[in-house]
Design a binder for this molecule. Structure first.
Ligand code: ADP
Ligand code: MG
Length: 450
């Protein structure tokens, strides 16, 4: 693909998406590269890039395909100044002498958003983060390979690319190759087809740090596995760093030869856990701050981030989708967004597979926990042993449902909204000093979300 082809493709896209969309999103995009079936475009801001990938990837790839561009993936972001990652390609035909000093050709393939600066650390990912940081210093190899695994959207790709970015900055002399296991296979197959396996091998063996993402992909693909295994052994035996990721642990990847899995199990295997509430909140705050840097008028009412962190699924990708959607909603209404609206805008993303948590359920579980009767929840009794659990239930209702203060007040026997507000503040305050109460709150929340 060339810049001219891209201009032509743009013209076609305009017909599909209409003039307004075109002017807002597509027109500013510049062609950057097309490698490994990945079309990379530059956008004026990362935000535009993200929006384009989310909403226009299909259209863009379809029209690019019609123009003869073989790409199945679109990346689109603002370019990070001065830091082009050096990614190797296997298409050079090398003589033995050249092989010895095989120099990688730079190709862009890293997402500029995936750096350590943008990675929020919490309990569920701190080990993985620490190990990644360690590898990224480029110091002597201590654990080799590093194997990161965990469910979808928990930050594996982000961490792997953060390592690549950081190494690029700290050790520009060092050749770093990041690619997915799928790309590895694709290049291998291409090398086989072109009778070019020698240069394929030479190229992969010349890297200093190899990062392969989504290793589960090689399950059942015997010759790719075999080739990967040789590459892997050659690198590790030469003291080069290898970092791998997968959606499950080495032992759980089936259809991979015993020889490989047993070797992988001797690596440093670290799993990323689903993000807990604190991490989810941390990430939301981070994202919110980023949006507000761009649009200082973007305001989420108090409690919205907490609500999202409590109710949106454990995948960080979904969490990010949630705040992005709120931002676009805000662009339409240009007013602060309240929890009640969040409930409407994000119904499909709210957790418990569409099941909506009701205030009744919250009252019921709280009563069970504290051994009270439902009538205690709606009564006006002020005894601490009743009042405190009632406040807890109000707090949970505010946190876990999109109901407003007055609505919650009504549910609790027609109390004033200020009573609810007071209860929420009180519990929040107590949680900081009273560890038993904090534990109760967490336990109840887990039960309710369970
Ligand atoms: P995985 O590869 O594990 O499926 P990704 O690395 O692609 O997940 O992460 C999904 C999204 O969530 C990305 O946009 C990533 O930037 C974001 N993300 C994941 N973990 C974090 C974190 N700890 N801090 C900030 N963003 C995160
Ligand atoms: Mg990934």
């Amino acid at each position: 693909m060339t810049i001219e082809t891209w201009d032509a493709v743009k013209g076609e896209i305009e017909k599909s998406v209409g003039a307004n969309n075109f002017a807002a999103w597509i027109k500013p995009l510049e062609f950057q590269s097309c490698d490994d079936r990945t079309l990379a475009l530059n956008s004026p801001t990362d935000f535009i890039g993200r929006w384009v990938v989310q909403h226009f990837a299909d259209v863009i790839l379809r029209h690019a395909g019609e123009a003869g561009v073989d790409a199945t993936r679109l990346i689109c972001s603002a370019q990070m100044p001065g830091t082009k990652p050096r990614i190797l390609t296997g298409d050079t035909d090398l003589s033995p002498a050249q092989k010895a000093r095989a120099k990688p050709r730079p190709v862009d393939g890293l997402d500029p958003r995936f750096t350590f600066e943008t990675f929020v650390v919490g309990k569920s990912n701190e080990l993985a983060h620490a190990a990644a940081k360690r590898v990224a210093t480029g110091a002597a190899v201590t654990f080799n390979p590093l194997f990161l695994h965990g469910g979808v959207g928990l930050g594996k790709t982000h961490l792997m690319q953060a390592i690549a970015w950081e190494l690029r900055q700290r050790r520009p002399d060092c050749s770093v190759l990041f690619l997915s296991a799928e790309q590895f296979m694709y290049r291998f197959v291409q090398a086989l087809r072109d009778h070019n396996t020698m240069s394929f091998k030479a190229m992969f063996r010349s890297v200093d740090v190899l990062l392969v993402d989504d290793m589960q992909f090689i399950a059942g693909k015997d010759s790719t596995q075999e080739e990967f295994f040789h590459t892997y052994n050659a690198l590790v035996d030469n003291g080069k760093q290898v970092v791998l990721s997968a959606d499950r642990s080495p032992a759980e990847i089936s259809d991979v030869s015993e020889r490989i899995t047993s070797r992988l199990q001797s690596s440093l295997v670290i799993d990323l856990h689903p993000a807990d509430y604190e991490l989810r909140l941390g990430i939301m705050q981070h994202r919110y701050a980023q949006y507000r840097d761009m649009q200082p008028d973007f305001v989420l009412a108090e409690g919205v981030l907490e609500f999202l962190a409590a109710r949106v699924s454990q995948s960080i990708r979904v969490l990010e989708g949630a705040i992005t959607r709120l931002f676009h909603y805000w662009e339409l209404i240009r007013r602060p967004i309240h929890t009640e609206q969040v409930g409407e805008v994000l119904t499909d993303l709210l957790r418990a597979s569409g099941r909506k948590l009701t205030i009744d359920e919250i009252m019921k579980k709280t009563c069970e926990h504290y051994n009270l009767r439902m009538s205690d929840m709606t009564s006006a009794r002020r005894t601490r042993s009743v009042a405190r659990p009632r406040q807890m239930a109000m707090y949970l209702a505010k946190k876990l449902t999109p109901r407003s203060y007055p609505e919650i007040g009504r549910k609790f026997g027609g109390k004033d909204h200020t009573t609810v507000l007071y209860a929420v503040r009180k519990i929040e305050e107590l949680m900081r000093t009273d560890s038993q109460l904090a534990e109760d709150a967490q336990l109840l929340q887990r039960k309710l979300e369970g």
